[in-house]
Design a protein around this ligand. Structure first.
Ligand SMILES: CC(C)(COP(=O)(O)OP(=O)(O)OC[C@H]1O[C@@H](n2cnc3c(N)ncnc32)[C@H](O)[C@@H]1OP(=O)(O)O)[C@@H](O)C(=O)NCCC(=O)NCCS
Length: 321
């Protein structure tokens, strides 16, 4: 009744006739073990077009595990040293029969599927759960970095006044912001204009630009996220043109974003930073951000050897036994 996993992956009919239902996934991501779900639960019902959801069924045909992936092509404007990436946005498994084994099995399946569909991409994810980290390491991932979580209670932030002109980003700013991003971040983390546009389109997102004589000097992308039923601030990205570092632009951007959060009634702002990025950690500490105890391991692996790319699927909800 079920085709072999590989055959089914390339068969749109099979994906259509055996879709993973949104309810199965919602149950998996809310009631069972999961490590990241950096999307609101309702996103599973109507996922963005660049997401792919790879799901695995058990003998009883229940969804036993699923990975929500963000498939990102390297923007043509970025150099070829920038990897095409697949970001794990969520991974969940039922843990009744051994959670590490379940994670390893799911990741093996996901990797072999990705290898067929999108060979030669860097697949990365961040997790603080041992079961998933162990599963990933057993499947061939390696540690790339460690991610720290920092936060700030807004009432404790002494009022910061931006010293630079700030304004909301306009669509025509995006190529310039992406160029600043490419200069400021190492290759692996570059973000193209398309991605920046996609992230800033969310209703809860805000993209602010620091203007220096009519030119963008840097930008900050923030989002309001729901935490225990309350809206809180999250800094997705802050970035200043390297030629203008240490001139207070980053502080101005943060001040503008944080003041807007305060006005909107938010009481807390949080963000993530890589431990290897010591300069940025110094910047956040200087602003009064405090590191949380939890950390995530950033893990990555290249899916197969680069070959002629397989035809691109728009979005797949696939099921494997
Ligand atoms: C992090 C970043 C946004 C800071 O922007 P900036 O405009 O240079 O920062 P500011 O001039 O406002 O710095 C304020 C204070 O932060 C600290 N700080 C900033 N950069 C620092 C660095 N490279 N090393 C040590 N401390 C630093 C200093 O205390 C500084 O005050 P000082 O210059 O009077 O000593 C910028 O370095 C950047 O774009 N980095 C690359 C992208 C990145 O990693 N973004 C964050 C992850 S999303």
């Amino acid at each position: 009744m079920y085709a072999e996993p590989g055959a089914r992956l390339h068969s749109p009919e099979a994906a259509v006739t055996r879709p993973v239902c949104a309810k199965d996934l919602a149950e998996l991501f809310s009631g069972h073990h999961y490590y990241i779900r950096d999307f609101p639960p309702e996103a599973l019902a109507d996922p963005p077009s660049n997401w792919s959801i790879l799901a695995q069924r058990d003998a009883a045909q229940r969804v036993a595990g699923a990975a929500v992936l963000d498939i990102e092509d390297r923007p043509p404007t970025l150099p070829s040293c920038v990897p095409s990436r697949i970001t794990g946005r969520g991974v969940a498994v039922r843990g009744e029969t051994g959670i590490r084994a379940a994670a390893t099995h799911l990741l093996q399946q996901v990797l072999s599927d990705l290898d067929r569909q999108w060979p030669g991409r860097l697949f990365h994810l961040a997790s603080r759960y041992r079961w998933l980290v162990d599963g990933a390491l057993a499947t061939g991932f390696r540690r790339l970095d460690t991610m720290a979580y920092l936060e700030h209670r807004l009432h404790r932030m002494t009022s910061l006044e931006p010293k630079h002109t700030l304004r909301p980003a306009r669509p025509e700013d995006l190529p310039q912001l992406a160029a600043i991003d490419a200069r400021a971040f190492p290759n692996f983390w570059h973000m193209g204009a398309q991605r920046l546009n996609q992230l800033s389109q969310s209703k809860s997102a805000r993209l602010l630009v620091a203007d220096a004589g009519g030119q963008a000097a840097g930008f900050i992308l923030t989002e309001a996220v729901l935490q225990d039923g309350r809206a809180e601030g999250f800094v997705v990205r802050v970035c200043v043109d390297p030629a203008l570092h240490r001139k207070g632009v980053g502080t101005s951007l943060m001040a503008g974003a944080v003041n807007a959060m305060h006005r909107a009634g938010m009481t807390r702002v949080s963000l993530n930073a890589l431990l290897s990025n010591e300069d940025t950690l110094a910047f956040y500490r200087r602003l009064g951000f405090v590191a949380q105890l939890r950390h995530s391991q950033v893990l990555g692996t290249v899916t197969g050897q680069p070959r002629t790319p397989a035809p691109r699927r728009r979005r797949g909800v696939l099921s494997n036994r």
